[in-house]
Design a protein around this ligand. Structure first.
Ligand code: ACO
Length: 366
């Protein structure tokens, strides 16, 4: 089976930035993390693993973990508020909220509806989408379509994850990979300030659904013996992550390369003309392998997974917010966002960097 062959057309904005496909603007990016840091050495206390194994295989050194009192909604609200404040846009001006999460704290009502009430913007529509780690890019693509067709003016795309409640803390092959966090994009019309969305590529191949998913948590694994408090946090789903690591590695490296090539081709540039790639922060070996195949300098991949792990669909806005706040995005830069995840799903998007506002919620960071 030849999994994950991109097929559909790549959407692209009119080069003039006007006309019938002007390309919406990413007005702001927001991010929020839980305060608790869990290092690889902390994991060594209750898991048969080592800092050396985790760092060398994944690039991860520590991750953030939500306290029992934190919820997906509280993390999502912090990231959304950070984006709105940075852009100077009132919550009441948002007419669509799209949320992505693979670790929901409830099955329904949606996180988006609860976030709408929390933020105080009870107008328009709110819904969740499920595209696993590709959720933020799927959300941005939908935001682009909703605004271009006149159905929305301001769309808030929020990706929030608490994977610490979705991993089996006795399974060293998955527990070491993930972290918690939330990111948000505020998208406005072509006349808004911000970075222009110049191309979008989405795809899925359901034949690969078995490579990455969840299974019912065995009762004996509900609490990790000798584990810290977070390993016993209540799980709304009663299920845990399961993964065929090698299959995911093969798929991720291939699709990351393909999506970058397809997006570059759609706008008529060489991949090397892309200034920065902000990939889903799955693990550094995946990113390094794809960079090598693309002959793209790895230094131009924005990464922060060493300090926060794999935060699933939140990882792209979290990495972009941090990199842009550090001054790594300059007006006119071509920034490529690429995601891949369970489903299998993938998605990529090119941004022509403009005056996107950055809001980092430092609230709970010690
Ligand atoms: N600490 C110590 N040893 C470990 C750990 C750990 N945390 N996890 C697994 N091992 C052991 C295994 O038990 C195995 O031992 P054995 O040889 O005695 O059986 C050995 O290490 C090698 O295991 P492999 O699974 O073969 O390890 P591999 O070299 O393939 O690396 C990894 C595993 C890092 C997960 C790799 O397959 C990979 O990078 N896959 C990509 C998956 C990924 O990163 N997913 C992220 C989430 S999905 C997403 O975001 C889209």
């Amino acid at each position: 089976m030849n999994l994950a062959e991109p097929m559909g057309p790549v959407w692209r904005a009119d080069a003039s930035g006007s006309g019938t496909n002007p390309g919406c603007r990413v007005m702001a990016v927001g991010s929020a993390l839980p305060a608790k840091r869990v290092t690889n050495s902390d994991l060594e206390q209750f898991l048969d693993t080592s800092d050396d194994w985790i760092a060398s295989r994944t690039g991860i050194r520590e991750r953030r973990v939500a306290d029992p009192g934190e919820t997906l909604l509280s993390l999502a609200a912090r990231a959304a508020t950070a984006a709105l404040s940075a852009a100077g846009v009132e919550a009441s001006e948002v007419d669509t909220i799209i949320c992505s999460s693979s670790s929901p704290d409830d099955t329904f009502p949606s996180l988006a509806c609860r976030l709408q009430a929390e933020l105080g913007c009870p107008h328009g529509t709110a819904f969740d989408l499920q595209a696993a780690c590709s959720g933020a890019i799927y959300g941005l693509a939908l935001a682009q379509s909703l605004i271009q067709t006149g159905m929305s003016r301001h769309v808030l795309v929020v990706a929030a994850e608490i994977f610490s409640r979705l991993v089996d803390w006795s399974d060293r092959s998955t527990a070491v990979l993930f972290g918690d966090g939330a990111g948000a994009f505020l998208v406005g019309g072509p006349d808004s300030p911000g970075s222009q969305i110049v191309a979008v590529d989405l795809g899925a191949d359901g034949r690969g659904a078995g490579a990455l998913g969840t299974l019912e948590l065995p009762i004996e694994h509900r609490v990790t013996p000798g584990g810290p408090e977070y390993t016993a946090s209540p799980r709304s789903l009663g299920r845990v992550v399961t993964m065929n690591g090698r299959e995911v590695f093969r798929f991720s490296t291939k699709i990351l390369e393909q999506v970058v090539l397809r997006l570059a081709d759609a706008v008529g540039v060489e991949p090397g003309q892309i200034s920065t790639v902000v990939s889903h922060q799955a693990n550094s070996r995946i990113l390094e392998t794809a960079a090598g195949r693309l002959k793209f300098p790895f230094e131009r991949f924005m990464t922060n997974l060493d300090m926060i792990g794999n935060t699933s669909s939140a990882s792209i806005p979290l990495a972009l917010a941090e990199g842009a706040a550090a001054g790594d995005c300059v007006e006119g830069d071509l920034i490529c966002l690429v995601a891949f995840g369970a489903g299998l799903t993938w998605g990529g998007l090119l941004l022509s960097w403009g005056s996107t506002a950055i809001g980092i919620d430092q609230g709970a960071v010690p």
